[in-house]
Design a protein around this ligand. Structure first.
Ligand code: TTP
Ligand code: MG
Length: 542
């Protein structure tokens, strides 16, 4: 079988590399640097330079003395404190995560984004797009698997991504678009700076053969290069012709196969997400809005887009945050205010989110920032979800059963400590003050402080949530449950029946304690919960 028959074109990967990264960060901090050749100094080395300096022949990792000889007017900025670079780097990754949850960071200034899902969505609506940017090789010969259309759409998305990074962070980038990571990375560096290049599978081999040196293949460093050289493998063709068998004694079976595939432009490695974002949000600046209906429309649009991103992310948000930028016409100053609120996870069921209820919460937050009876001018609206919980994909596992009950149990436990009632609606229950927010924290009680009677509601919320997750362990517990425990009168019989025996006992004990406290009106005589119960174990681990 030919090596190409093993290739899979179904994915679309975008590799994003920031242009002269450290230099761009410094130029954003000090715009005077834009008009001069700038080198970034670490010790006695120029680790990078802006493109003006590169015109003088300055290269990365050149000695300062050598660089100064080439360009006596070279301005140097100290780049030893990485803080700002790191911060900017994460901002870029956060922006990319708006396009896919499959974003893999590579160092500080490179990211792979797997946009396959987004492209398949977009192609359902329209495939009438043209390539944006450069094409590597000849694109006239088309593959009939659909990769031409996918990669073409990939170029449109890459441009969108690069525009977003430029607009939001004032950073230019290069992008490579291909059906795998290897080709995306290699092809992205073909046209620099501030450009993008796509390679279609039929030009992959040509691209690989055009590499000057084996070390241009990611994964072949100096050591591997020397190992290969020692057996006469010096070029890409040598690598291809040598075959896996010749490489195995040198590199081991796995690496040999990978490197051999690489030489043909084949790379099966996945984009491995580098941690999930702490928040998923969108902002939209606008011409002054002064009417509540317009605000609502704008926020609804944002929410619709945001829910798609959240669905793609897969986690369930627990908090929503609204950002409003207000413009003060008198002193011509804008400032941002944010408010946030907890939201009930049950609003995000398997199929769709309850937009109406989420909008109610959002408008409630809005009315806490803006007094709509007075004139106002809004120039930006933003929504973001934060604090996530993992999705309920623990179907048929013991964990799913425990997890459901975990939620119920912590509710009971907290109630028994606080005894505070609270509605289960998603109306704001906490208020966080950020930036110039001047509101004092809301006096509303925390959503955790639910009464035992809310156990049922809470439990049901979770059942909507876990919809068809029938747990075999649950059935077993029910089947084996020969011993029966009374159901507290303030708990739902049906829900109670489903709980494992241990938990039923805990609930009954809890009910007895509360009853006893009520009867005696003397909390000091109430038996305290045992410290090492199953219940406490789960609560501690929540
Ligand atoms: P690169 O992406 O290699 O370089 P770059 O972004 O500056 O330039 P290009 O336009 O060619 O992509 O590296 C990213 C940053 O990493 C770079 O700005 C400085 C830093 N760096 C080092 O600290 N040491 C090094 O040896 C290199 C190569 C880069
Ligand atoms: Mg770079």
């Amino acid at each position: 079988m030919s090596v190409f028959e093993l290739d899979d074109h179904s994915r679309t990967i975008i590799h994003i590399d920031l242009d002269c990264f450290y230099a761009q960060v410094e130029m954003n901090k000090n715009p005077n640097f834009r008009s001069v050749p700038l080198g970034i100094q670490q010790k006695n080395i120029v680790v990078t330079s802006n493109y003006k300096a590169r015109e003088f022949g300055i290269k990365k990792c050149m000695l300062i003395a050598e660089a100064k000889k080439l360009c006596p007017n070279l301005v140097l900025a100290n780049g030893e404190d990485l803080h700002d670079y790191r911060q900017t780097s994460y901002k870029v990754t956060n922006l990319l995560q708006k396009y896919s949850h499959l974003v893999e960071r590579l160092g500080l200034d490179e990211n792979f984004v797997d946009v396959t899902a987004l492209i398949n969505e977009k192609l359902k609506k329209s495939s009438d797009v043209e390539v944006v940017g450069n094409i590597s090789g000849d694109s006239s010969e088309k593959c009939d698997c659909g990769c031409t259309e996918r990669l073409t759409m990939g170029t449109v998305i890459a441009q969108e991504i690069r525009d977003l990074i430029k607009n939001d962070l004032n950073l230019t980038t290069c992008a490579g678009i291909a059906h795998n990571k290897l080709l995306a990375k290699i092809v992205g560096s073909r046209h620099k700076p501030d450009q993008q290049t796509v390679v279609f599978p039929n030009s992959a081999l040509e691209l690989m053969l055009s590499l000057d040196c084996l070390t241009n293949i990611p994964g072949i460093g100096r050591t591997t290069f020397e190992q290969l050289e020692s057996v006469g493998i010096k070029t890409i063709e040598d690598l291809q012709n040598g075959g896996v068998k010749k490489l195995e004694p040198l590199l081991g079976a796995d690496k040999a196969r990978i490197i051999h595939n690489f030489s043909y432009g084949i790379d099966k490695s996945q984009v491995k997400p580098t941690g999930k974002p702490q928040s998923i949000g969108l902002e939209d600046s606008c011409k002054s809005i002064s009417v509540e209906k317009e605000v609502r429309n704008k926020l609804e649009q944002l929410l619709n887009r945001l829910l798609l991103l959240v669905a793609e992310d897969g986690r369930i948000p627990k908090t929503i945050k609204l950002t409003v930028r207000k413009f003060n016409k008198e002193n011509k100053v804008s400032h941002r205010e944010t408010r946030q609120s907890n939201i009930n996870p049950s609003l995000f069921s398997n199929q769709s989110a309850n937009k109406t209820k989420i909008m109610t919460t959002i408008m409630h937050l809005f009315n806490r920032i803006i007094d709509v009876k007075k004139p106002y001018h809004i120039t930006l609206l933003g929504l973001s979800f934060t604090k996530f919980q993992e999705p309920p994909n623990l179907k048929n596992s013991v964990a799913s059963f425990l997890r459901r009950d975990l939620e119920v149990q912590s509710v009971i436990s907290i109630e028994s400590q606080n005894g505070v009632d609270e509605p289960e609606s998603p109306v704001p229950s906490t208020s966080s003050v950020e930036l110039k927010d001047v509101e004092s924290p809301s006096p509303s009680p925390s959503p955790k402080k639910l009464k035992l009677s809310n156990l049922v509601t809470k439990k049901r919320c979770f059942e909507d949530y876990y919809e068809d997750c029938e747990s075999p362990s649950k059935l077993k517990v029910a089947d084996l449950c020969l011993e029966s425990v009374s159901c507290p009168p303030d708990a739902d019989q049906d829900v109670f029946k489903e709980l494992p025996l241990e938990m039923q006992k805990e609930l009954w004990e809890d009910y007895k304690r509360r009853r006893s406290a009520e009867m005696n009106l003397c909390s000091s005589q109430v038996k305290k919960p045992k410290p090492n119960t199953l219940l406490n174990y789960f609560i501690r681990n929540n």
